[in-house]
Design a protein around this ligand. Structure first.
Ligand code: ZN
Length: 481
């Protein structure tokens, strides 16, 4: 039986919603949809949970901490309309407070690409269900339609956007507090990600929410102290540092489809619950620990090194150095930058039956299928001049380029690392004619070709092994073919 009711919001809107008998219910709230499903309205399972502290926190989240609303409209400082639109695709951020019939929040509907379409519905009847990360990273994956699965490149893209979204929260002093495969939607077909359940954010200076967290994503120090009394000073609560554990777990799952800590090691013979608590808490051990193999699964396809050197180092910091020492965990900014740099090193695998389709070119051999991809790509390395020693250059990063690879401002300007504000207008591109490779300059002024001549916009130059180009900003580009 469906009935339409009207909710009044704090901003003065009157929003219709469809009341159903069994609304979707989470740990804290239940949800009703707008008649056209363009927004949802959520009320608290226990209205007493919507106390003064919760209301103050949600007001701050919807107002001064809101990156999806421009500063001019009351949102976060420094946010213009275009940035607000960017972040509105990255978060399902609450947009208003319901004041009647009872306290609740209004959230926009998830973008359409985060729902399974009909192509995916054949095995599990998933049509219309939201794409929570765990569909793609757990054993459920084998039931999904091939068209939904994406590849290594799109998994890396999801990870970049997630790291960026978490970095934006942390920059503002916020912490999500319950990042998990339930609270992040991903669309591996497009490489898109979206953080949901934003109302449990930890806001500076306000009482934190009581969040239980999600098994497998709660940081070991939180799991290990959960049994202590809430007033015990040794008890650890969710924070930006614990978000960083969850972020690393999610990224690892996106790239490898397995959990980094859940292995064969038994950490308590007393009960399954205690074993679980120890294995994810005080005794947590990375399944790929290089010197302690006691938690290593018998079969482990593609080890952590398959993600390339940059990400391997970040995973080792997260799951070895920082697993029980939160201050050593990589920040979200470090993850974002490591992932962005790794994205530049992606190479398409020439093996048509390669399951992952793309890999990080630390060498030409695909780590997922063993195919040798030599000769399919060229590598451009970008170097910055060392101010203290003119004429000396230091490598900043490399890009693996194939036919039609675009190049952007960050390839030719030292210090630019692409983020949400970066100009993504095409600057130059690489093309291949038979065995010959060319760089076509689209809009760079002052680019010097391998022959030492200015290459004006609209012109191309041939690239050969060992040649160098120089940008007007002093970036030296060397070419390996
Ligand atoms: Zn391959």
């Amino acid at each position: 039986m469906e009935t339409i009711r009207i909710a009044s919001t704090k901003s003065g809107k009157r929003l219709p919603y469809v009341v159903t008998d069994n609304p979707p219910r989470g740990g804290m709230k239940y949800t009703y949809f707008a008649p056209d499903r363009s927004y949802v309205i959520q009320f608290y399972n226990n209205p007493a949970d919507a106390d003064y502290n919760t209301r103050s926190r949600i007001e701050a989240i919807i107002g001064r901490y809101n990156p999806t609303l421009s500063e001019a409209k009351g949102g976060a400082i420094g946010t213009d309309e275009s940035l607000a639109a960017y972040w509105a695709r990255r978060y399902c951020w609450p947009s208003d407070i319901i004041v009647s019939p009872e306290f609740g929040i209004v959230c926009p509907a998830y973008p359409k690409n985060f729902f399974f379409d009909s192509a995916a519905s054949d095995v599990l009847n998933l049509f219309g269900k939201d794409k929570k990360s765990n569909w793609f990273t757990s054993s459920n994956r084998k039931f999904l339609h091939k068209a939904e699965l994406g590849d290594f490149r799109s998994a890396l893209a999801c990870a970049v956007l997630l790291a960026r979204s978490v970095r934006r929260l942390h920059q503002a002093g916020l912490a999500h507090s319950d990042l998990s495969n339930n609270n992040v939607l991903i669309d591996p077909t497009s490489g898109d990600s979206c953080i949901i359940d934003i109302d449990s954010l930890v806001v500076p200076g306000l009482y934190p929410p009581e969040v239980a967290g999600t098994r497998g994503y709660i940081a070991p120090e939180v799991v290990a102290t959960m049994e202590l009394d809430r007033r015990d000073p040794r008890r650890v609560y969710p924070s930006a540092k614990t978000d960083l554990h969850a972020l690393a777990v999610l990224i690892y799952e996106y790239l490898f489809y397995r959990h980094p800590l859940i292995g064969p090691k038994i950490n308590s013979g007393i009960s399954a619950e205690e074993d679980d608590r120890n294995s994810l808490g005080k005794n947590a051990l990375f399944i790929e620990h290089p010197t302690d193999s006691s938690n290593r699964p018998k079969t482990l396809s593609a080890g952590v090194e398959s993600a390339g050197f940059l990400l391997q180092k970040l995973f080792e910091r997260a799951f070895i150095d920082g697993l029980h020492t939160p201050s050593l965990r990589p920040s979200a900014l470090e993850w974002e930058r490591g992932l962005v740099r790794s994205f530049e090193l992606l190479q398409k695998c020439g093996n048509r039956s390669c399951e992952r389709k793309w890999f990080i070119n630390d060498s030409s051999i695909c780590p997922f299928c063993g195919h040798d991809n030599s000769g399919e790509n060229i590598i451009l390395s970008f170097h910055n001049d060392v101010h203290s020693n003119p004429g000396e250059y230091r490598k900043i990063f490399s890009t693996v380029a194939a036919d039609n690879t675009p190049l952007f401002c960050w390839h030719f300007s030292p210090g630019i690392i692409p983020d949400e504000k970066t100009d993504r207008t095409l600057t130059a591109y690489i093309i291949r004619h038979g065995e010959d490779w060319f760089l076509v300059n689209s809009r760079l002024h002052g680019l010097v070709s391998p022959e030492g001549k200015i290459l004006p916009p609209g012109r191309a130059c041939r690239l050969y092994d060992g040649c160098t180009l120089l940008s007007a900003n002093g970036v030296l580009i060397d070419v390996k073919i």
